[in-house]
Design a protein around this ligand. Structure first.
Ligand SMILES: [Zn+2]
Length: 137
């Protein structure tokens, strides 16, 4: 077996499914992973993106699912019970921008769609007046 196959974040299980351990969540990892194809559990240690130990057969329960997996004929496995969802930049990510009226420093910003009534010229009224009206914060 090649050095790459022994140390990479890609592991081809005996069942033929190729499991990808995404570098974002598996960069430093010690624990058990479940194959997305045959549900076999493997123990492995990954240090700075290189597999240093394993995969060795282990007993359930598993700690983590692979980030992505596919079969030999290039069919992706996307079942959420088999693979992890992709890591998001924000834990509260919901697929579109979250409307905000204050930034992380507490300053007023127009981080949401504004109606013409909320504007003075082209500036948001609440920023010009320095306060938020109605039920915003
Ligand atoms: Zn397998």
């Amino acid at each position: 077996m090649s050095y790459f196959k022994q140390t990479s974040l890609i592991y081809e299980c005996d069942c033929g499914v190729i499991n990808y351990f995404d570098p974002f969540t598996f960069w430093n990892f010690k624990g058990k992973v479940k194959c997305a194809g045959c549900d076999a559990i493997y123990y492995m240690e990954i240090e700075e993106g290189q597999r240093t130990k394993g995969p060795d057969k282990a007993d359930p329960p598993h700690d983590k699912l692979p980030g992505f997996a596919e079969t030999k004929d290039w069919k992706a496995i996307t079942d959420p019970d088999k693979v992890n969802p992709a890591p998001q930049a924000r834990p509260d990510f919901q697929g579109k921008p979250i409307p905000i009226v204050r930034n992380v420093r507490g300053k007023l910003v127009s981080g949401r769609p504004l109606t013409p009534e909320e504007l003075i010229g082209s500036r948001p009224r609440f920023i010009v007046e320095g306060k938020i009206r109605k039920n915003n914060d």
